[in-house]
Structures are given as structure tokens and as C-alpha cells.
Design a protein around this ligand. Structure first.
Ligand code: CAA
Length: 365
């Protein structure tokens, strides 16, 4: 179903959404109605309770259609992940369940202008005040920030303690003092919207804090362990799209009296792409499967995210090369893939951060 949705609903309009930077709200509504945005929500809270492995298979297909669409469609999973991981039953009922029954967006607010790769360096504060907290700070590069009705916000309850002083909060959009900034004009993934989200003297009750004070950083990292497998699946979808376009073009394009795919220079590129796609998918599925077994998958998620995101960039670049001059033109599908793929090496931890995590989990232990 996800593949048909990508082929019939996403691909025919993906070029237009990319060109005009359109957030395709109606498409997302259709995806929601089909259950394509609620799979990660457990059945007791109204979702389908899919495994992480199921979710990765689904994300690969949607991203094969358009990775910008996939990024926005998957953002609820990232934003509600901390609640599912660290929330109480009551918090899950209040803050997750509505997303299974109503078409809404939530955003994960970790990154700040001064805290990107160094996620522990967050400057947003949550000041104790009576029976609640007052939040102040600015988050940036927030997926669906303009459209979200709820934010999961990481803020410092004790700045003297660094990452050990971070806590996680759920902030409903309508809370006074919450606002979103302008939509960013991105290189790729232009069907997905990204913006700042600002918190100015935003008061939330203690009931909106997830876990204990000081547990925020670990909640964020555990959520990201899951989410990185999902990004890897998206990257496999992009690489697969690049491979398919390049292979088809290689068979059709005749130069020097034969299809260019008959040249070793081209078919070696395609053979490497096909091999790496298989490897990236298996790394992704292993990371997802470990999460489904309740096992920590930090290292495997980083293996998958680094390998698959770098592959997506390489496959898209090679596809443009195989298309030659046509590949550089917007009339052909591969230049969009190249622009879209770049973001996969940056968000949810850059390719360099993945290698840092891998080194910490292996070499430096
Ligand atoms: N699970 C559980 N605990 C973890 C953990 C994990 N995966 N990773 C680290 N921790 C714990 C450590 O054990 C350590 O615990 P103690 O304090 O008890 O010893 C603590 O957290 C601090 O760990 P580190 O010393 O490793 O932390 P660090 O400051 O050196 O950095 C990092 C860790 C891996 C670099 C981290 O900052 C990171 O992942 N940075 C990248 C941020 C990122 O991915 N941002 C994505 C934003 S979301 C986004 O892009 C989504 C979007 O909108 C599309």
C-alpha cells in the first residue's frame, strides 16, 4: 500500500512540490486516513502498533516517492517518540492518543542555533515556577514547526550540569509565548517545512515533563536511536530511486552504437549501487529489528544511518553522472534526488557524528 501511495499519489506531484516548495497538506491528510502516519502508535493508543522493522519498510517506500514528503510524514514518530519511551500512561493518553484519531502534526525540538551536533549544549531554559516550569529559548531547523499542534522540547532545568541538567517537556502549540519563525528556503526536501520555534515565558505544568529532571538528554538520545534507523530507511529509498532511474536511462541511452549501460564504466557504477543498496537495507533492518527486541541499537543505528545516507548521496551523484548533461537539468528526476540526499547526511546527526558514535561504541569503550 505504501508503495502504491508513493507511486500514485506522491511521484506525480513531487516535482511541483519541490519546485514551488509546497507543503502538501492534502496528501498528508490522505496518508493519515490510510494509516500511513499512525503505524508507530501502539494499538492501545489507537495506532496500528507496527514494529520498527515494518516502519522502516514503509519509510523506504514513501521516500522512494519523495524524501521531503517522507521527512514530514515521519516527524510525528520522532516528536512523539520521547513520550512513548519515557512518558507515563496518562501522558501517552493525553499527548499521543489524539495523534491516532485526529490529523495533526507534532515537532521534535532539540536543535538550537548554538547546539546542533553538540546536542548537550542546549541554551533553552526551563525555570521552576510554582507547580510548573517557564520555558525560554529558540529552536531551529524544526521539521513541521509551522504546522505542529504540539512540541516535544528539550530544555535545561540546571545549566550548571550540562547534559545532565536537560529535561524534556510537552508543549501544546496554543500555550501563550509559543511562536514559529519563517519557513526556511531549503536546497532539497522542499516538500517538507522547516522553521524556528520560539518559546518566550512559556508556562507548562509539571505534568508535561517527561521522566525526571535531568533525564532529557538520555530521552533524546534513545529516541534518536530509533529515528536514525528510520532515516537510514529513507536513504535506502532515495538510493533505490536513483538506481532505478539511472539503470533505465543507461539501457535506453545509445552512444557509440550501443546503450551506455553496456559500458563497463557505467555498469560497474550500477553494480556497486545495487550491492550497496542491499547492504544498506540489511543494516537498517538489523538496527530496527534490535529495537523491536527491546535491545539497545545505538551502534547499529549509526552504522545504518551513516552508510545509507552516504550511499544515497553517492548513488544520486552517480545517477546524475550517468544521465550526463540531462542529469543536471530539472526536466529529469535525478538532480532533485541529489539535492534531497544531502540532507540525509546532515539531519538526525551528521555522517561525522554517526562515526563519532560508532567509534565511542566500539573503539573507545
Ligand atoms: N542512549 C542512551 N544514553 C546515551 C546515548 C544513547 N544512545 N548516547 C549517549 N548516552 C548517554 C551516555 O551514556 C552519557 O551518560 P552519562 O552522563 O551517564 O555518562 C550521556 O548520555 C552523554 O553521552 P556522551 O558523553 O556520549 O555525549 P556527548 O555530549 O559527547 O555527545 C552525541 C553525544 C552522540 C554527539 C550527541 O550529542 C548527538 O547525537 N549529537 C547529534 C544530535 C542530533 O542527532 N541531532 C538531531 C536533531 S533531530 C533532527 O534532525 C530531526 C529533524 O527535524 C529531521
Amino acid at each position: 500500500m505504501a508503495h502504491k501511495f508513493a507511486a500514485n499519489e506522491i511521484r506525480p506531484r513531487a516535482v511541483e512540490w519541490d519546485r514551488d516548495s509546497v507543503f502538501p497538506l492534502e496528501l498528508f491528510r490522505k496518508a493519515f486516513d490510510l494509516g500511513l502516519m499512525t503505524g508507530f502508535i501502539p494499538e492501545i493508543y489507537g495506532g496500528q502498533g507496527l514494529t520498527m522493522l515494518d516502519t522502516c519498510i514503509l519509510e523506504e517506500e514513501i521516500s522512494w516517492g519523495c524524501s521531503g514528503v517522507a521527512t514530514s510524514m515521519n516527524a510525528n514518530g520522532l516528536a512523539l517518540g520521547p513520550i512513548l519511551l519515557a512518558g507515563t500512561g496518562e501522558q501517552k493518553r493525553v499527548f499521543v492518543q489524539p495523534f491516532a484519531t485526529e490529523f495533526r502534526f507534532a515537532s521534535f525540538c532539540l536543535t538550537e542555533p548554538g547546539a546542533g551536533s553538540d546536542a548537550g549544549g542546549i541554551a533553552t531554559t526551563a525555570r521552576r515556577d510554582g507547580d510548573g516550569y517557564v520555558l525560554n529559548g529558540r529552536k531551529c531547523f524544526i521539521t513541521n514547526g509551522v504546522h505542529a499542534s504540539q512540541y516535544t522540547v528539550f530544555a535545561s532545568t540546571d545549566r550548571s550540569r550540562g547534559h545532565k541538567g536537560l529535561s524534556a517537556f510537552v508543549v501544546p502549540r496554543e500555550t501563550p509565548g509559543v511562536s514559529s519563525g519563517k519557513k526556511e528556503d531549503k536546497m532539497g526536501q522542499r516538500a517538507s517545512e522547516t522553521s524556528d520555534v520560539l518559546f518566550e515565558e512559556v508556562r507548562v505544568p509539571e505534568a508535561n515533563r517527561l521522566g525526571a529532571e535531568g533525564e532529557g538528554f538520555k530521552i533524546a538520545m534513545r529516541t534518536i536511536d530509533y529515528a536514525r534507523a528510520g532515516v537510514a530507511a529513507m536513504a535506502v529509498g532515495v538510493a533505490r530511486a536513483a538506481y532505478e532511474h539511472a539503470a533505465e536511462y543507461g539501457r535506453q541511452r545509445v552512444q557509440f552504437g550501443q546503450p551506455i549501460a553496456m559500458n563497463q564504466a557505467i555498469y560497474f557504477l550500477l553494480a556497486d549501487m545495487a550491492t550497496d543498496i542491499e547492504a544498506a537495507r540489511l543494516l537498517t533492518w538489523k538496527a530496527a529489528w534490535l529495537a523491536d527486541q527491546g535491545k539497545r541499537n545505538t551502534k547499529e543505528s549509526s552504522f545504518a544511518k551513516a552508510f545509507a545516507a552516504d550511499l544515497a548521496m553517492r548513488a544520486a551523484t552517480d545517477a546524475v553522472q550517468i544521465f550526463g548533461g540531462y542529469g543536471y537539468m530539472k526536466d529529469y528526476p535525478v538532480e532533485k534526488l541529489m539535492r534531497d540526499a544531502k540532507l540525509l547526511q546532515i539531519f538526525e546527526g551528521t555522517s561525522q557524528i554517526q562515526r563519532m558514535v560508532i567509534a565511542k561504541e566500539t573503539l573507545l569503550r
